[in-house]
Design a binder for this molecule. Structure first.
Ligand code: ADP
Ligand code: MG
Length: 350
């Protein structure tokens, strides 16, 4: 309620994104027995008999989440679907339906929206998801995309963020930091182009990180590999805000501490090269870059051999009791506290 007598005004920047979510949702009581999990994980979990229905939503805003000067609309459509599907994957579920809301100004011709939908359709085809609805409105300026994804999993298969246990191993799929390096390259070329429109973009040899930024994938394939190996993660989250932020979610929500070893964090050579070019430590890129959409999960220490044998999965650390805190162990053997410095749009902007 807005109280006109009260001069109090709290800036959004004081809370940040996570603080704001906590503030807005604090004390919400779930009144339906069917709501197994409300706010606080990659997706809400709803009882559906033997199955759990999983629901998640993401908003993509022009000028905040994407820049159309270098983001092809087809890629944007693909990414809008993928980032949502990734949240279902992070619950160990299968995405099945997608609803898309778009709000668009008359600056866009129909052909542009056709491109956006070509990307959405491609992602739906790839991940076997049905586009079943949405909403369309005009906007005063710019493009807004809101996506809601519905998925499901057997009830006993659902994996939460807050269920890691002491001594569990911390694992990550693929490699990290690439999407952020792709973004830095695209931003740099945009500045060059603005200064001199005759200049051609210099993006040679960096396809890998550009693709990581422009065309991410949801790691449903990793779930399959884990299932084949007979491993069920004890906790899981997808990496949308950087390794640091996500590992803190697992640790804090599970009431535990953790250690991550710098020399175990997977970083691709192209990512490392671009990071060096920007004078960024590749480890910092992996810890604090966002949008890789890899999976971060914990497994029982007895699953070490099984997980070790899976290609593309890296064991990067382990969980400890809460009192041990959350630390990165550097290549030199020093301990650095893990701090979330992921994309925090509310703190970045004025
Ligand atoms: P992710 O990065 O996995 O998409 P978020 O960090 O966006 O997750 O959201 C964390 C949790 O907070 C989720 O459970 C999400 O549904 C919930 N959430 C985010 N924004 C709001 C909001 N405005 N009102 C209620 N719940 C929200
Ligand atoms: Mg997520």
């Amino acid at each position: 309620m807005i109280d006109s007598d009260s001069p109090k005004r709290t800036e959004l920047s004081e809370l940040g994104e996570f603080g704001l979510i906590d503030h807005l949702t604090e004390g919400i009581k779930l009144v339906n027995e069917s709501t197994l999990k409300g706010v606080g994980d990659d997706a809400a979990v709803i009882d559906n008999g033997d199955f759990a229905t999983l629901v998640s939503k993401d908003l993509l805003i022009e000028g905040v989440h994407f820049d159309l000067t270098y983001t092809p609309l087809r890629h944007l459509g693909y990414k809008a679907a993928v980032v949502n599907i990734s949240d279902i994957v992070a619950m160990n579920g299968k995405a099945e339906q997608l609803l898309i809301g778009i709000s668009v100004s008359n600056r866009f011709p129909v052909e542009a929206l056709d491109e956006l939908y070509a990307g959405l359709r491609l992602a739906c085809e790839k991940y076997k998801v049905d586009l079943v609805g949405g909403d369309t409105t005009s906007s005063v300026s710019g493009l807004f995309i809101s996506a809601t994804v519905i998925g499901r999993a057997k009830k006993e298969d659902v994996v939460y963020r807050n269920t890691a246990r002491e001594n569990d191993l911390i694992c990550v799929s693929g490699d990290l930091g690439g999407a952020y390096m792709g973004l830095l390259l695209l931003e740099r070329e945009k500045q060059v182009f603005k200064a001199n429109p005759e200049m051609q973009p210099d993006l040679e040899g960096n396809d890998y990180v550009l693709e990581r930024q422009l065309k991410p994938e949801a790691r449903a394939d990793v779930l399959e590999k884990l299932r084949e190996a007979g491993v069920k993660p004890t906790a899981m989250i997808d990496i949308s805000d950087g390794l640091a932020s996500e590992v803190l979610h697992i640790a804090k929500d599970s009431g535990l501490g953790c250690r991550i070893y710098e020399n175990k964090i997977p970083v691709d050579v192209v990512t490392a090269d671009v990071a060096t070019e920007f004078q960024i430590d590749p480890t910092t890129a992996a810890m604090n870059g966002g949008e890789d959409y890899e999976l971060l999960f914990t497994v029982d220490v007895n699953d070490f051999d099984k997980v070790k044998a899976i290609q593309g999965i890296h064991i990067i650390g382990h969980m400890l009791e809460k009192a041990e805190g959350e630390y990165l162990i550097s290549n030199g053997g020093s301990l650095y506290p893990i701090e979330a410095q992921g994309f925090n749009h509310m703190r970045e902007q004025d």
